[in-house]
Design a protein around this ligand. Structure first.
Ligand SMILES: CC(C)(COP(=O)(O)OP(=O)(O)OC[C@H]1O[C@@H](n2cnc3c(N)ncnc32)[C@H](O)[C@@H]1OP(=O)(O)O)[C@@H](O)C(=O)NCCC(=O)NCCS
Length: 160
């Protein structure tokens, strides 16, 4: 495990990832176990986890599209008991470095309008609000669309 405690999650971490997902998100926003498994083993994605020994404290899922220079934060979650200690910021930075190393020039994220913790995480990490996505979520809530240029991020700092 790297000194940061951040590791690339694999199918061995599926149980821990499901548990974190179910604890961190309301049911409507949870990925199904099947979907998480697909993301871990088949998708064009990076899933990073912040570990403390065998415990998964936080995770981030980043999706890539072939031929695109834009990566997307699909999900980020920190265990309830570990929030506001900088773990989300640390994982986000790691994911940005990994995406930059792959040649991505921008990272995007969609966030519920009514999710101040997540909005502050992205805004304080240097993301610009590039648009509003009306009715983006199943309950009709608007999404806030954020983007960060990765070109200033030194590549080669993240390892799988
Ligand atoms: C959003 C989330 C991942 C943030 O994780 P975290 O580990 O607590 O974040 P950090 O401790 O790194 O905080 C990052 C910044 O956001 C701010 N922040 C975090 N939670 C906050 C809250 N509840 N209210 C206000 N600000 C908050 C921190 O103060 C920090 O600001 P700073 O840069 O000025 O220091 C976490 O709240 C979470 O898991 N939420 C549920 C899942 C979710 O909604 N995910 C986002 C959509 S995919």
């Amino acid at each position: 495990m790297a000194a940061s405690g951040i590791v690339r999650l694999t199918d061995h971490h599926l149980g821990a990832l499901i548990a974190l997902e179910q604890a961190a998100f309301m049911p409507a926003d949870q990925q199904s176990p099947r979907s998480l498994r697909y993301l871990l083993v088949k998708a064009h994605a990076d899933i990073w986890g912040k570990m403390q020994k065998a415990d998964l404290l936080a995770s981030i899922i980043v999706l890539y599209r072939r031929g695109s220079e834009v990566a997307r934060v699909y999900s980020i979650a920190t265990d309830q008991c570990r929030r506001q200690k900088g773990l989300g910021r640390q994982l986000l930075r790691h994911a940005e470095q990994a995406a930059a190393t792959k040649g991505c020039r921008r990272m995007r994220a969609e966030v519920r309008e009514n999710n101040p913790a997540s909005r502050r995480l992205f805004e304080h990490a240097g993301y610009d609000l590039i648009g509003r996505l009306p009715g983006y979520y199943p309950n009709g809530e608007d999404g806030m669309h954020y983007e960060k240029q990765l070109t200033a991020i030194r590549s080669g700092a993240a390892h799988g």
